[in-house]
Design a protein around this ligand. Structure first.
Ligand SMILES: C[S@@+](CC[C@H](N)C(=O)[O-])C[C@H]1O[C@@H](n2cnc3c(N)ncnc32)[C@H](O)[C@@H]1O
Length: 196
């Protein structure tokens, strides 16, 4: 059974990571006067092609949504979407993987869910050629049922993010790791400013 068919379990594992707060702090630091914002990768609409026909002062793409776009040309299209919605001087805030998770062996943990304790085993694969980091999870639920899921995330290293950003008319102004200071990875917030 897939995790998507287990809403309670999905809520436990997708609980708030603090990314929204980190994003808000970055906007307050770099563009405190931003009054309009559009968030891509949070609902319907393909961010490679969507056009809302308005420009805003802050553009965000959080929760690793960018990592689910794997192809280089598609990534360029997504950055063009960001540019098409940015006013001159607008801030772009991305939350995405900037380095792979590499673990030789799967790791296991027990997590509390509304149905009781569940054991989750997580393994990662890293394909350097495609820069796809695959995470496999296997769940042994309190009921005895098993569930599994797999996600494939494209890693964009900091210098690549710089290239995609500049290609669409943004310059990077900050990159911070999840702890809020330093750039360690695997996940980072990238802040860029629209130069056009
Ligand atoms: C882990 S969720 C994060 C959702 C949300 N941004 C957040 O921070 O909670 C990843 C999202 O990326 C979206 N996504 C993947 N490829 C996309 C694309 N080409 N255009 C728009 N959204 C996409 C998926 O629909 C999914 O909702």
């Amino acid at each position: 059974m897939s995790i998507g068919k287990r809403p309670a379990l999905y809520d436990v594992i997708q609980s708030d990571s603090g990314s929204a707060e980190a994003c808000q702090a970055l906007i307050e630091r770099h563009r405190p006067d931003a009054a309009t914002l559009v968030d891509f990768g949070c609902g319907t609409g393909d961010m490679r092609t969507v056009r809302l026909w308005r420009r805003v002062e802050a553009v965000t793409c959080l929760g690793n949504s960018l990592a689910y776009v794997h192809d280089n040309d598609d990534i360029s299209r997504v950055f063009n979407t960001f540019a098409a919605h940015a006013r001159p001087g607008a801030l772009l805030v991305l939350c995405s993987p900037v380095s792979p998770v590499i673990r030789p062996e799967p790791t296991s943990a027990v997590v509390e869910t509304p149905d009781g304790p569940a054991k989750v085993t997580i393994g990662y694969e890293w394909d350097l050629r495609t820069q796809i980091n695959t995470r496999h999870r296997h769940w042994m639920l309190a009921s005895g049922d098993e569930a599994g899921d797999e996600i494939r995330r494209r890693v964009l290293f900091p210098r690549e993010l710089e290239r995609y950003a500049s290609g669409a008319g943004f310059e990077i102004v900050d990159m911070v790791g999840e702890s809020g200071s330093g750039l360690i990875g695997p996940i980072a917030h990238t802040v860029a400013r629209c130069t056009q």
